[in-house]
Write a protein that binds this ligand. Sequence first.
Ligand SMILES: *[C@@H]1O[C@H](CO)[C@@H](O)[C@H](O)[C@H]1NC(C)=O
Ligand SMILES: *[C@@H]1O[C@H](CO)[C@@H](O)[C@H](O)[C@H]1NC(C)=O
Ligand SMILES: *[C@@H]1O[C@H](CO)[C@@H](O)[C@H](O)[C@H]1NC(C)=O
Ligand SMILES: *[C@@H]1O[C@H](CO)[C@@H](O)[C@H](O)[C@H]1NC(C)=O
Ligand SMILES: *[C@@H]1O[C@H](CO)[C@@H](O)[C@H](O)[C@H]1NC(C)=O
Ligand SMILES: *[C@@H]1O[C@H](CO)[C@@H](O)[C@H](O)[C@H]1NC(C)=O
Ligand SMILES: *[C@@H]1O[C@H](CO)[C@@H](O)[C@H](O)[C@H]1NC(C)=O
Ligand SMILES: *[C@@H]1O[C@H](CO)[C@@H](O)[C@H](O)[C@H]1NC(C)=O
Ligand SMILES: *[C@@H]1O[C@H](CO)[C@@H](O)[C@H](O)[C@H]1NC(C)=O
Ligand SMILES: *[C@@H]1O[C@H](CO)[C@@H](O)[C@H](O)[C@H]1NC(C)=O
Length: 378
Amino acid sequence: MASRFLLLVPALATAALGSVLDLDIKVRNGYRTIEVDLGTPGGPFDVLYDTGSSTLWVLDSDCTTECINVSGYPRHGYNLTSTGVNLGVNDTNEYTGGSISGYAATDIFTVPNTNVSYRQSFAVITDSTWTALAADGFLGLASSSIAFRNTTAPFEQMMQDGLLDKPRFGIYQGSGVSTMANPNPENNGVFTFGGSHEDTYAEGELQWMEMLSPFEIYKTPLMGLQGHNSSNGQNWSSDVLTLYGNAIFDTGAGSINVPEDQIDDWYALTPLNYSAISSGYRPLCSEFNETWSMSFTLGFYGEGVTFNLTGDQLAVPGYQDDDHCFPPFIPWGSENTIIGQYWLSNFYAAFDFGSFDQESYDIHVGLAPLKKEYLPKA
Ligand SMILES: *[C@@H]1O[C@H](CO)[C@@H](O)[C@H](O)[C@H]1NC(C)=O
Ligand SMILES: *[C@@H]1O[C@H](CO)[C@@H](O)[C@H](O)[C@H]1NC(C)=O
Ligand SMILES: *[C@@H]1O[C@H](CO)[C@@H](O)[C@H](O)[C@H]1NC(C)=O
Ligand SMILES: *[C@@H]1O[C@H](CO)[C@@H](O)[C@H](O)[C@H]1NC(C)=O
Ligand SMILES: *[C@@H]1O[C@H](CO)[C@@H](O)[C@H](O)[C@H]1NC(C)=O
Ligand SMILES: *[C@@H]1O[C@H](CO)[C@@H](O)[C@H](O)[C@H]1NC(C)=O
Ligand SMILES: *[C@@H]1O[C@H](CO)[C@@H](O)[C@H](O)[C@H]1NC(C)=O
Ligand SMILES: *[C@@H]1O[C@H](CO)[C@@H](O)[C@H](O)[C@H]1NC(C)=O
Ligand SMILES: *[C@@H]1O[C@H](CO)[C@@H](O)[C@H](O)[C@H]1NC(C)=O
Ligand SMILES: *[C@@H]1O[C@H](CO)[C@@H](O)[C@H](O)[C@H]1NC(C)=O
């Protein structure tokens, strides 16, 4: 049996204590990545950390015509290394933004600047439609039950191998914001396996939301929305818009995707004119400002928590130029709402499994507003 424990020797020293592993988050053309090492000798791979999927994948070095690269970013491909094993199993994963096909493998995964190194399964991709991806692959953080055949999501593998201090990962996305003028900004984001750093980054306590079972992705009811504005020194609040769908926390997505039949109601809570936007009007970024805000109430009935964002926190510059901002809500044909990285970047986020043991998972996502000095800055 080729046990994954064979190569654990260096990790065991830290495993006894359980580690809190901090990785820097980079920003490139709007893609947010962390660097991991795969193989012996190891190569560094910049992978997009994605709470909306579960597969760790990297591109095969030989994949050229089937893995077109229009990202403007040099990609690092994977060759089976001296410790790599091809499992002889092929599969395909479909995402909203692209699809990948290839084979399952295992090799030694090392977290840079730590002694943590263990055997991890992943997909080596020989066909990808992610042509503009400014990264070497994805690191999926959702359930292994929906991962590429014969692979386990890295966070779950680390938990099973006893490598982590807590059954939790934490994300401070960083203050770097990609714009047309500066697509690759410096960033100070930190991705943490085995713990979370809300004490450093957040204002106040994490507000926790239970996730729906069975666990596949991070999904919880979206109960209601409210719009607020102030004009002539007076504060106004809309009626609460009661909703019945679910929200998915997805760091692999950008904007907020809203069920088609709700889109008019969402925009009606803001000063933005959806009928103009849908016929091509590009909002000025200055229309996203602190004169208005929205409250989002999420979680199970009776335990809902409310998060406020001001108009400026919904601004995403770069809609043809940096003076114009993208529409914050995009209609799509699903009853679920996707909450992407732009909304999430205003918060410290902790994803807690409640247990290292899959049988006892009790998954909650906690969010807390960032301290002012840590907010995203274009
Ligand atoms: C991808 O595109 C970049 C920029 O055009 C280029 O430097 C690189 O060689 C291309 N291919 C790979 C495999 O990185
Ligand atoms: C992978 O192998 C190919 C030859 O098959 C070689 O050209 C390439 O440099 C190798 N890449 C890496 C990252 O080792
Ligand atoms: C892949 O997974 C299937 C189903 O769980 C299992 O039967 C098979 O042995 C696995 N293959 C390898 C190479 O691990
Ligand atoms: C997997 O895909 C490769 C390349 O397309 C092919 O050569 C191989 O036979 C496939 N293996 C299986 C088990 O289908
Ligand atoms: C790695 O292990 C060595 C030897 O135990 C120790 O001196 C070093 O501080 C460790 N490094 C990290 C980053 O944990
Ligand atoms: C309006 O709201 C702001 C911010 O919450 C508050 O500071 C201000 O006192 C309010 N104004 C009135 C007239 O209630
Ligand atoms: C402010 O909110 C009130 C109540 O929802 C609404 O009637 C009004 O149109 C809003 N004003 C602006 C400028 O959005
Ligand atoms: C919104 O935009 C539409 C289409 O551009 C326009 O006809 C309408 O008057 C606008 N509504 C408001 C309230 O400005
Ligand atoms: C603030 O936003 C409102 C609503 O979009 C807009 O009418 C107003 O002109 C903006 N204020 C500034 C100073 O741009
Ligand atoms: C959200 O904003 C509204 C209006 O400004 C305010 O009444 C409410 O207390 C805020 N809620 C939170 C959780 O900050």
